[in-house]
Design a protein around this ligand. Structure first.
Ligand SMILES: O=c1[nH]c(=O)c2ncn([C@@H]3O[C@H](COP(=O)(O)OP(=O)(O)OP(=O)(O)O)[C@@H](O)[C@H]3O)c2[nH]1
Length: 193
């Protein structure tokens, strides 16, 4: 076997390394679940790094949450040697009429700078929760920990899990958003160019 054949077959069997801009366990589970499907039968290695989102701890618009996801994806890719993609996930609230909702924004970036964006499904934030977020400098995770009497909801089932009685946990909802953010990289280019 020639050297060229050897190295191309090695790269085809090496794990696909995905850099994630967070060490949040629910976010890492979401990326692993989605990427195992996207890249099957190849093995996927998810590397989580703590990076700054460069937006507020509790984004209050889709635009801000999307920006946070992009910033995280770029920083994760730059920080992780050998990564094929950087992924950023950012939870954020947004207002529609008089009501408030939360969803996760997901950004995927490759070394050429190509960007894909997606979101999880969204859920409604009650006026009781929003009053605390808007008036008290609290982020959603703190309010949910306090109201549920549990600790570290953000890394586990998330507000999504608490509000659906565990039927749609944060990692499950975010995994769908990861699939949508990978769409430009995995679907027929006829839809994009
Ligand atoms: O969309 C969501 N679905 C959920 O089920 C959920 N449960 C808690 N939160 C909270 O929403 C705020 C922004 O999220 P966030 O991405 O900025 O931060 P995070 O602290 O969770 O992770 P990270 O900053 O360590 O990566 C933070 O208070 C999160 O904890 C959720 N958001």
């Amino acid at each position: 076997m020639s050297t060229t054949q050897q190295s191309s077959s090695d790269s085809a069997t090496a794990p696909v390394r995905i850099a994630v801009g967070s060490q949040n366990a629910a976010k890492l589970r979401a990326v692993k679940t989605a990427c195992d499907k996207i890249f099957a039968p190849r093995t996927v290695e998810v590397v989580g790094t703590s990076v700054s989102s460069e937006v507020s701890d509790q984004p209050l618009s889709d635009e801000e949450a999307m920006k946070g996801a992009i910033n995280r994806a770029k920083s994760a890719l730059a920080a992780t040697e050998g990564a094929m993609y950087g992924v950023g996930l950012e939870g954020g609230a947004h207002q529609i009429g008089f009501r408030w909702f939360e969803c996760g924004w997901i950004a995927v970036i490759d070394p050429s700078g190509q960007l894909g964006l997606g979101t999880s499904a969204r859920f409604e934030l009650s006026p009781k929760i929003m009053r605390r977020i808007l008036s008290g400098n609290e982020e959603l995770a703190q309010v949910m920990d306090d109201l549920s009497g549990t600790k570290d909801v953000r890394n586990n089932m998330g507000a999504m899990g608490l509000l659906t009685n565990g039927n749609v946990d944060r990692d499950v909802a975010y995994a769908q958003g990861v699939h949508f953010a990978f769409a430009p990289f995995v679907s027929d280019p006829v839809y994009w160019v």
